[in-house]
Design a protein around this ligand. Structure first.
Ligand SMILES: Nc1nc2c(c(=O)[nH]1)N[C@H]1C(S)=C(S)[C@@H](COP(=O)(O)O)O[C@H]1N2
Ligand SMILES: [Mo]
Length: 420
């Protein structure tokens, strides 16, 4: 047994008390992030860290931006945007058959024939078909979420059906405005079945024109972008201009040419948000973080403090046998953030109850959730704090899909120094 484990065993009752107190935080004292109800008073140092957490939804202008393009399309002056269809008044979408692998469609939507779909027609379809759902936008290559939003639009299938497809339609690829330079095109693709039908209770793939209840702005890909609920960001093409119906039977995403796994749904993983860097020996340590709830869901977030002086066994690289402790997954916030109109969840947002506007399940899949833990005090030294998710099947991070090029799932480690 290493020093730290011995310490934990010796302080078993202390540990239990801290984790119990943790369960109490916020029943009455915390207005923003309620935890499970309990009679014990909250630990003030943790309550403070929880109050300081980021809002659940990200305001549109606070998303991290990873857009490509020279210049990036959202930076173009208004008259150029007007000219190239990057305003709501001038936007047009062409939906055509792929010349190289033609799908049989009766009515392509083209600018040439004056049949391209405009914004007013899209909104008209929205009157009957619009949906909105929460989703975290995460870049496969960056790992940390760019932002969490409520995305609203018309299911892409409604527009595809307008072309009256008949046969030889196996896939769809799509791209947006790219400065009329083929070298700058950023393209993504999906099997047609994913667009026609929403398996596994997923929301539909949409042509999105609103984020958090407001028009989708230019930086987020407005007037219209694709949003694929279960996918990493590269499937959600911004400044959408073309949808191509094809009989090609495999992916042709731009991201695929950069060695990425283009068939990877969002993974579950945990990370810290606030960690005290300097702590006194024996003092409890408040930490907070978030978890991305991937396609495999989330049953737990766990944390583990390990003295850097103690080596870890090379035959357990994922720390599967470490003495992990459960952190507290925070409940739905009282205030949702994200600059939602009137601070309210828009009516009939998927996953929310229509009358109470509370989430139907928690944590919500394909969203973020926050967590907190008050770690018991430790002897002086340098420690690694690690956090991990356990998915709904009981599988611990970084499994079941550990490879980097299908999205981030490595276990995070942050250093905490404890002074005598
Ligand atoms: N047209 C276009 N769409 C795009 C991209 C792009 O470079 N051009 N980047 C993609 C990638 S890789 C990601 S991660 C997301 C980021 O979305 P956001 O900028 O709204 O956060 O947009 C996607 N859509
Ligand atoms: Mo990305």
């Amino acid at each position: 047994m290493d020093d730290l484990n011995r310490f934990f065993v010796e302080h078993e009752s202390l540990t239990r008390r801290y984790f119990l107190r943790l369960g109490a935080v916020g029943s009455a004292a915390l207005s923003f992030w309620p935890l499970a109800a309990s009679a014990e008073p909250p630990a003030p140092e943790l309550a403070k860290a929880i109050e300081a957490l980021e809002p659940f939804f990200t305001p549109s202008d606070k998303f991290r931006d990873v857009s490509r393009g020279k210049p990036v399309p959202h930076s173009l002056p208004v008259d150029k945007k007007t000219e190239v269809g990057l305003t709501r008044d001038t936007w047009k979408l062409e939906v055509i058959s792929d010349a190289e692998n033609p799908a049989t469609i009766r009515k392509p939507l083209t600018k040439k024939d004056g049949t391209a779909l405009d914004f007013a027609q899209l909104l008209k379809l929205g009157e009957k078909h619009a949906v909105r759902f929460p989703k975290v936008m995460t870049c496969l290559n960056i790992g940390c979420p760019l932002g969490m939003g409520i995305w609203e639009g018309v299911p892409l299938r409604e527009v595809i059906w307008l072309t009256q497809p008949r046969e030889n339609l196996r896939r769809v690829f799509y791209y947006g405005y790219h400065n009329d330079d083929p070298g700058q095109m950023f393209r993504s693709s999906l099997p047609i079945g994913r667009i026609f039908e929403d398996s596994y209770d997923l929301p539909p793939v949409i042509l999105c024109y609103k984020l958090n209840g407001e028009w989708l702005d230019s930086q987020r890909g407005g007037p219209v972008r694709v949003v694929v609920p279960e996918a990493y960001g590269f499937k959600s093409i911004k400044w959408l201009s073309h949808v191509v119906l094809t009989n090609l039977y495999h992916a042709n995403d731009t991201y695929g040419t950069q060695n990425n796994d283009v068939d990877s749904p969002l993974k579950s993983f945990a990370a810290t948000l606030s960690v005290p860097r300097d702590v006194k020996a024996g003092e409890p340590i408040p930490v907070t973080g978030y978890a991305q709830v991937g396609i495999s869901g989330l049953s737990k977030v766990q944390v583990w403090m390990h003295s850097i002086a103690d080596e870890w066994s090379a035959d357990d690289p994922n720390f599967a046998t470490a003495p992990w402790k459960d952190a507290q997954v925070l409940g739905p916030p009282k205030e949702w953030g994200g600059n939602l109109p009137d601070g309210k969840i828009p009516a009939s947002t998927m996953g929310f109850d229509t009358t109470s506007s509370q989430p139907r399940t928690w944590p919500m899949r394909l969203a973020k959730v926050h967590w907190a833990a008050l770690l018991p005090g430790l002897p002086a030294g340098e420690y690694s704090l690690r956090s991990r998710t356990i998915d709904e099947k009981g599988i611990a991070q970084p499994m079941p899909r550990p490879f980097r090029k299908s999205g981030h799932s490595a276990i995070e480690s942050v250093t905490i120094k404890i002074k005598a």
